[in-house]
Design a protein around this ligand. Structure first.
Ligand SMILES: C[S@@+](CC[C@H](N)C(=O)[O-])C[C@H]1O[C@@H](n2cnc3c(N)ncnc32)[C@H](O)[C@@H]1O
Length: 454
């Protein structure tokens, strides 16, 4: 790294932001999501990689502002459309300048400062003065109309949130619109989290505290780039939400034969390898070659060497043939199924706008098919663990119930029997794990443990 690059990467919270550069980068990244259909993290990465002149504080501001707007996109559009009658006919860049400014005000920034720092030549920002009236209009709407707009959810999803959370739907959606904490899991192959906390303190990480539910987790607050920490490079920690850690804990993997059927980039695979104390056979399967490659890199960093990765075809006789050697062989099979991601809106705020009733149906059909296929790998007496990062019943309880109706050889094992009564009660109620940000501070996760008769 050159001295100039090092200087730019060094966080200095007292240096004023160069607002014109920040705004330009925000417009490019937000435009990439809204108009070119890019995923938010990819759009930001794409833009920020080229903005080599931005300081780290400015990069952070760009990411925060774009995410904040994506979280509140429907609300912001309502407010602007009701503050300026011709808003919808303005050119895209002007609209986005106004959206970014309105979102900053909505998130508590001083309106005068926002107006002063948001103007691109020719953009009239007097619209911002009328936002409070539009907000009052929104508040006055009947609840059924107000909720989807205030929560920035598509109508069909707002309805589903009501079905799941009832009178807590607003609180649940609000919590999904907060920034997620930065959580990590200690690599138990290296040591415990007290030791990790001490090591991070020695590396100048400002604050770490234990996560309340997962005994493996810490929440970090730091302006440093996690990936440049020596502890990260040495495999002491993995970035992983606390809810995801709890789902991993449900597997309770013995050091024998375990299958992680939708292993992806290996968030849970590495946790399972640690549960297995690096012994036995851990089969990590996925259809995505790129993610499997990431998994292999992460496994090397974590010092994991009981994992075998296998790319499998997504369906059809080839998929069945690829799985044949594992049929009836596994003590544990984790199906961490692809899903709507409704539990992870805090981290992927744009995901909600891509979801449709049709795509949800597609997820459900695939979840049922995956559970069916991978259940055949469980040996008698073994366990099938089904999980999603969705809060919707369609993808969770209903998929499990559908499976059980066709498979009397499987029965539900209450999660409290795996996690212990105290923790089990916190992640319940009922036999399944059902996590949500407003209740647990985690991402939304579902987990079910099914046991195959001997
Ligand atoms: C929720 S993600 C898994 C996350 C991962 N377990 C972790 O903890 O990081 C779901 C994964 O399922 C994979 N997948 C999709 N269809 C599949 C199939 N037919 N067989 C196996 N994996 C599949 C996707 O590629 C994706 O990586």
């Amino acid at each position: 790294m050159s001295r100039a690059q090092h200087e730019r990467a060094r966080p200095n919270p007292n240096r004023p932001l160069r607002e014109d550069l920040v705004l330009q980068a925000c417009l490019e990244a937000y435009g990439g999501v809204r108009r070119e259909g890019r995923l938010s993290d990819r759009a930001l990465e794409f833009v920020l990689r080229r903005k080599t002149l931005l300081y780290s504080t400015e990069r952070r501001a760009v990411a925060e502002r774009v995410y904040a707007l994506l979280r509140r996109q429907r609300t912001v559009d309502f407010l602007l459309e009701h503050s300026q009658h011709n808003f919808e006919t303005l050119d895209g860049t002007r609209q986005d300048v106004m959206r970014l400014a309105a979102s900053r005000i909505l998130h508590g920034e001083d309106p005068n400062y926002v107006s002063r720092t948001s103007g691109l030549s020719g953009t009239d920002l007097t619209v911002l003065d009328r936002l409070p009236d539009a907000a009052a209009e929104l508040d006055a709407l009947p609840d059924a109309k107000r909720f989807p707009i205030a929560a920035s959810l598509p109508d069909f999803l707002a309805e589903k949130f009501r079905a799941v959370f009832g009178k807590d739907a607003s609180r649940a959606a609000e919590a999904m619109n907060e920034r997620a904490p930065l959580n990590a899991r200690v690599n138990a192959l290296k040591g415990d989290r007290d030791v990790l906390q001490a090591r991070l303190a020695a590396e100048d990480v400002e604050s770490t505290k234990p996560t309340p539910l997962s005994p493996l987790g810490i929440t970090l607050e730091t302006r440093l780039n996690i990936f440049s920490l020596q502890n990260f490079k040495d495999g002491w920690l993995e970035i992983q939400d606390e809810g995801s850690q709890l789902l991993g804990m449900l597997v309770d993997a013995p050091p024998t034969r375990v299958v992680d059927a939708c292993a992806g980039a290996g968030g849970k695979t590495l946790q399972l390898a640690a549960q297995m104390k690096n012994r036995g056979d851990l089969h990590a399967l996925d259809v995505d070659e790129g993610r499997m490659e990431d998994l292999r890199k992460r496994a090397r960093r974590a010092g994991v060497h009981n994992v075998r990765t296998q790319i499998i075809p997504p369906e059809g006789p080839e998929a069945e043939a690829a799985l044949a050697p594992l049929k009836g062989q596994a003590d544990r099979v984790l199906v961490d199924a692809p899903c709507s991601g409704t539990g992870t809106f805090r981290r992927k705020p744009d995901a909600r706008y891509r979801l449709t009733p049709e795509s949800l149906e597609m997820h459900v059909a695939r979840q049922k098919a995956l559970l069916e296929r991978f259940s055949t790998l469980v040996k008698p007496g073994g366990r099938l663990i089904y999980g999603t990062c969705s809060v919707l019943r369609e993808e969770n309880e209903n998929v499990v119930e559908d499976f059980l109706s066709r498979h009397p050889e499987f029965t539900v094992r209450p999660v409290a029997e795996i996690l212990g009564a105290e923790l089990g009660k916190k992640v319940g109620p009922g036999p399944f794990m059902r996590l949500a940000p407003h209740l647990h501070g985690t991402d939304g996760f579902f987990g079910a443990v099914l046991v195959r008769a001997k």
